[in-house]
Design a protein around this ligand. Structure first.
Ligand code: PEP
Ligand code: MG
Length: 493
């Protein structure tokens, strides 16, 4: 059927969705529990929306780019998402919006195409994805030719299992902060973030440890011995701290921390950052609060030991430190990992081989990759942040102005979706070369969203990376692109 879209946003997470419009995560959950198909329409999403996103067929946001919260989380879930449709005039209070001159109310039907970003009026029929038959045969051919390994970005046991079924050879990025989006878990993380003292923080961490360890165990089991890179906490604070007007959450936090709600609000205000994407996140968190890295090391290693004992897999944990910009920063966090590992091995009466590596996602890390490789056993290029920081384009806000760049032929494509090989790619290539000068067997991968974009995958092949890691539903595309790259190379092209 041919249909004319009524609007367009960014194709943030592939797939098709069709459902009735709802405006809040609670409504999405409630309507879905009655058997309704819904599309969740939000200005932007935050961790509070996760349950609603799960319940919806698809997600549409007014704000945000290709690597904003809605986009990254939806891709991880394998859920259709169109983000950054700035043409929508939103009226949340009255549960309605206008687009292309028409007003849409709660309950009206709409359809989304998460690949093109097209938005359609009314209900369009959709079919479920399937990787069997001829498709499976073509994938098997692709696998024969490719040199690049294809891993997936997955944060839950369910995602890990699905990614395996789509042909992923392991997990290249487990974003541990994504393991805490659920309501009962996010409370403990908020407690940790807002803790004043080491004791308070350790109390919150003690709640988090068993959840984290349990998830890692389930993921190691789902992977059946295939590798997993666990990325230590990297929460941009604005995505985790509740808004000061969220009374229920604030009161609960106050109770858990043993302080008044006013004091919680005061703390939240004090934590406010002008630019959270460049704020207190990534390894900066472990530098200020080493106990967080200690807890995560315990969770990874104890889970690996338990599953090795139970299932006999040869698990070699890969621990990845995010947002590193200097060798000393990495050395500091690595020493916490190593000291904790020693303790865990003594307690358990067993040792495991494990590797500590880093993400290369800050330009300084790329420029000093030869030094960083003295500490890092592997690199994974975080091209979402590397693109953000190389261009100086905020991941959360670029959607607002990039349109003018396409219109004026300054850019042909979104650099957050297709790797800017001339600039960001040059940094990748340079860091790969410098890193291998120091450590010839340095393992190199990419885990930014570009890892699932065909032209970017071909670039990764050319510059000699070992693997790409992308969201689960893009694994087949990455397998195919990796084969293309290998075949073209053979043909001398
Ligand atoms: C990246 O920056 O490319 C990355 C994979 O990490 P995140 O998107 O979680 O910042
Ligand atoms: Mg990053």
């Amino acid at each position: 059927a041919k249909a004319n879209p009524m609007g367009k946003g960014l194709g943030a997470s592939p797939g098709a969705a069709c459902g009735k419009i709802v405006f809040t995560a609670e409504d999405a959950k409630e309507w879905a529990s009655r058997g309704e198909k819904v599309v969740l329409v939000r200005l932007e999403t935050s961790p509070e929306d996760i349950e609603g996103m799960k319940a919806a067929q698809g997600i549409l946001t007014v704000r945000g780019g290709m690597t904003s919260h809605a986009a990254v989380v939806a891709r991880g879930m394998g859920k259709c998402c169109v983000s950054g449709c700035g043409a929508i005039n939103m009226d949340e209070a009255n549960k309605q919006f206008t687009l292309a001159g028409k007003t849409y109310h709660e309950g009206d039907w709409m359809s989304l195409d998460g690949s093109t970003g097209n938005i359609y009026d009314g209900a369009m029929p959709t079919v479920d994805a399937n990787v069997g038959g001829d498709f499976g045969r073509i994938m098997a051919w692709a696998d024969k030719f490719r040199r690049l390994k294809v891993r997936t970005n997955a944060d839950t046991p369910a995602d890990a299992a699905r990614a395996r079924s789509l042909g992923a050879q392991g997990i290249g990025l487990c974003r541990t902060e994504h393991m805490f989006f659920e309501a009962d878990r996010i409370a403990a993380v908020r407690e940790m973030i807002l803790a004043d003292t080491k004791e308070q923080r350790e109390k919150a961490l003690a709640k988090i440890l068993p959840m984290q360890q349990g998830d890692f165990e389930a993921m190691y089991k789902a992977l059946e011995g295939k590798p997993m890179t666990v990325r230590y906490l990297d929460p941009p604070l604005h995505e985790f701290v509740p808004h000061v007007d969220m009374k229920e959450e604030i009161d609960e936090l106050a109770k858990n921390l043993g302080i008044t709600s006013e004091e919680v609000i005061h703390k939240i205000n004090a934590l406010h950052e002008s630019n959270p994407m460049m704020g207190h996140r990534g390894c900066r968190l472990a530098v200020t609060y080493p106990e967080i890295a200690e807890m995560q090391t315990r969770a990874v290693l104890q889970a690996a030991i338990d599953v090795t004992r139970e299932c006999g897999y040869n698990i070699v944990p890969e621990i990845m430190i995010p947002l590193v910009g200097s060798k000393k920063e990495l050395a500091f966090v690595k020493s916490i990992v190593d000291e904790t590992a020693k303790k865990v091995f003594e307690e358990q009466g067993m040792t495991l081989e494990y590797h500590v590596g880093t993400m290369i996602e800050i330009p300084r890390a790329a420029v000093t990759a030869d030094e960083i490789a003295e500490e890092a056993e592997f690199f994974s290029f975080g091209t979402n942040d590397l693109t953000q920081m190389t261009f100086g384009f905020s991941r959360d806000d670029a959607g607002k102005f990039l349109g003018a760049y396409y219109d004026n032929k300054i850019f042909e494509s979104d650099p957050f979706a297709r790797l800017d090989t001339d600039g960001v790619g040059k940094l990748v290539q340079m860091a790969a070369k410098l890193g291998r000068q120091t450590r010839p067997n340095l393992k190199l991968g990419i885990c930014g969203e570009h890892g699932g974009d065909p032209s970017s995958v071909m670039f990764c092949h050319k510059v000699g990376l070992n693997y790409v890691s992308c969201s689960p539903f893009r694994v087949p595309i990455a397998r195919l692109a990796a084969a293309h790259a290998a075949i073209l190379e053979k043909m001398g092209k």
